[in-house]
Design a protein around this ligand. Structure first.
Ligand code: BT5
Length: 197
């Protein structure tokens, strides 16, 4: 389904059956995690939400799918950023209901906020590739998703600072665990914002 303007493609997809895809030219209230805003002027980005079956590794699988669709210059930052060079070019937001997962993907194409990147690819061609990759990776085995995520990762092998609720840790990002958690100096981090040092 294509819309000119919506609050968020996530809000529209939430009410639709599994398998639905919602694309919008503009979001008046695009969002990231933790009530953060996702900004993009009308017609400058791929803004899409997929209604899918719940899957505990969906956020990582969607990152893999998006990176594969964008091309080899795009890499992944834990937990959910798409990077071009060192700059954020897109993001993934997975929201769940008891029987559905709403997977939102935003990728900057012809505009990016200060400090961020844009991909300069055509929206419709990118969406075609993304649908194919997401179908593949959302139904791939956890081992395959984790292995490909490791291969596309720009986070592993780096020193990172992780901002957790009320606490900051620093250490080496060593691996991701079987539930998608980041392993920093041997300890699992399941939630938080990461800064590459
Ligand atoms: C994300 O959140 O990176 C997930 C973004 C998901 C957006 C898609 S668009 C389609 C669907 N519908 C929605 O409403 N959302 C999804 P997070 O990791 O919380 O990052 C948010 C932060 O990224 C913000 O606080 C800004 O600092 C920054 N940001 C905002 N807009 C950006 C942009 N266009 N490009 C790069 N960074 C941006």
């Amino acid at each position: 389904m294509r819309r000119k303007s919506v609050t968020s493609t996530q809000d529209v997809a939430r009410a639709l059956p599994i398998g639905s895809v919602v694309v919008a030219d503009h979001q008046t209230a695009g969002r990231g995690r933790l009530d953060r805003r996702w900004e993009s002027p009308p017609g400058t980005a791929l803004l899409v939400s997929f209604a899918l079956r719940p899957n505990p590794l969906l956020s990582l699988a969607a990152g893999v799918a998006a990176a594969e669709a964008c091309g080899s210059a795009v890499r992944l930052k834990w937990p959910n950023d798409l990077l071009l060079g060192a700059a954020k070019v897109g993001g993934i937001l997975v929201e769940t209901t008891p029987n559905k997962a709403i997977c939102g993907i935003g990728i900057n194409l012809t505009w990016a906020p200060k400090g961020a990147a844009k991909l300069n690819q055509g929206r419709d061609a990118l969406l075609v590739k993304l649908r194919i990759e997401l179908e593949r990776w959302a139904s791939a085995s956890p081992e395959d998703v984790l292995a490909r995520w490791r291969g596309l990762s720009d986070t592993l092998g780096r020193r990172v600072r992780v901002e957790l609720a009320g606490r900051v840790i620093e250490g080496m990002a060593e691996d991701i665990g079987s539930n998608g958690e980041l392993i920093v100096d041997g300890a699992p981090v399941t939630f938080g914002s990461v800064i590459h040092l």
